[in-house]
Design a protein around this ligand. Structure first.
Ligand code: AN7
Length: 346
């Protein structure tokens, strides 16, 4: 029914807020017993790739865009590693607003670039990384009076809390551990705030430990050191200077959780495992969460039998190149049955 309909009573909307709706949210929470069995835990995946533009960004974008319309904004602007731009462009198209997106040139997965373009946004490829593109987008929004729809926009994170609310409603409690990839650090902050809301409202009693995973080449929070030149196969989280760093640190500290870093190899291995043992195809950045859980298990720091939810933030179809680089080729044959039988017997 869309996030604003399902949770409107708990979101800052009024009679003047337009009812934007792409039927985002209410995403599947899937129990992954084969992988959970390997890790000695009860593992659930929140399939945020099932949102209309294929990532969790839609949850926050719907409110950010509704508020921008309510405030009479002339246009939307964002910088993005890909998913924010796809989401902003989709909602802008749906409501008929102009949209400008700044992308780090050559570092955005093909599917996301295709989305921003086909939804009709004006796409600008910046010869710089995401962090620089974000500075430029912020300045442009100030100069030109456009609504900034990155997670510096407070409505984004408020509405992203709905992911945590859905998990608690479905499980009837909070998980023991909440695992999530971290880039600009907005989503981990939003989930923590969402869990705390539910406890405050008396709907759950316990809170999860928040564990956030970054890619080794872009891990300012895991290492505690700035990262001026982030690099990783998980381009969605190729971010060196997270905007919500302080909020995310509080989430980890208050919840007794931790940040961790995983290598590109570990991320890709987790992606293959999730697909081949779970039937779920998530993009590399999303798989940093599973890679992190595998690492915790290896270090004997994943308590046996824990109830664990990982947020699979984006759809694997957005970045088929990354998957194809690690899979084999199909077996090629002619059109005879002999060749087919031979291939099937291999
Ligand atoms: C699939 O689109 O920052 O820690 O510009 O696309 O809340 O930033 C994307 C981030 C995880 C990290 N997984 O979330 C953007 C952008 C996927 C993502 C993250 C992103 P945050």
């Amino acid at each position: 029914m869309g996030v604003l309909k399902r949770y409107g009573a708990n979101l800052p909307i009024s009679a003047r807020t337009p009812g934007v709706n792409l039927e985002e949210g209410s995403t599947p929470l899937v129990r992954l017993d084969r992988i959970g069995g390997d890790l000695g835990i009860e593992l659930w995946g929140k399939l945020e790739g099932c949102n209309p533009s294929g990532s969790f960004k839609d949850r926050g974008m719907v409110l950010a865009v509704a508020k921008a319309l309510e405030d009479g904004a002339r246009a939307l602007v964002c910088a993005s590693t890909g998913n924010t731009s796809a989401s902003a462009a989709a909602y802008a198209a749906h409501v008929g607003a102009p949209c400008y997106v700044l992308l780090p040139s050559g570092k955005v997965a093909m599917g996301k670039l295709a989305q921003a373009l086909i939804y009709g946004a004006k796409v600008i490829a910046v010869d710089g990384n995401f962090d620089r593109a974000l500075e430029m987008a912020r300045e442009a929004s100030r100069k030109l009076g456009f609504a900034m729809v990155n997670s510096v926009n407070p409505y984004r994170l408020i509405s992203q809390k709905t992911g945590a609310w859905e998990i608690c409603e479905e499980l009837g409690r909070a998980p023991d551990i909440h695992a999530i990839p971290v880039g600009n650090a907005g989503n981990i902050s939003a989930y923590w705030a969402g869990y705390k809301d539910f406890r405050e409202w008396g709907k759950i009693s316990g809170l999860p430990r928040m564990v956030g995973f970054q890619a080794e080449g872009a891990a300012p929070l895991a290492t505690g050191k700035p990262c001026p030149n982030p690099e990783t196969v998980a381009t969605a989280i190729r971010i060196g200077n997270p905007v919500s760093a302080e909020r995310a640190k509080s989430a980890v500290l208050e919840s007794g959780g931790e940040f961790g870093a995983v290598s590109d190899e570990e991320i890709l291995a987790a992606q293959a495992m999730l697909a081949a043992k779970g039937g779920v195809f998530a993009e590399p950045a999303s798989c940093a969460a599973l890679a992190g859980l595998i690492k915790l298990r290896g270090a004997k720091r994943l308590p046996e039998g824990s109830k664990v939810v990982m947020v699979l933030t984006g759809n694997g179809l957005k970045d088929p190149d990354a998957a194809l680089r690690q899979t084999g080729e199909p077996i090629r044959i002619g059109s005879s049955m002999e060749e087919l039988l031979e291939a099937l017997a291999q």
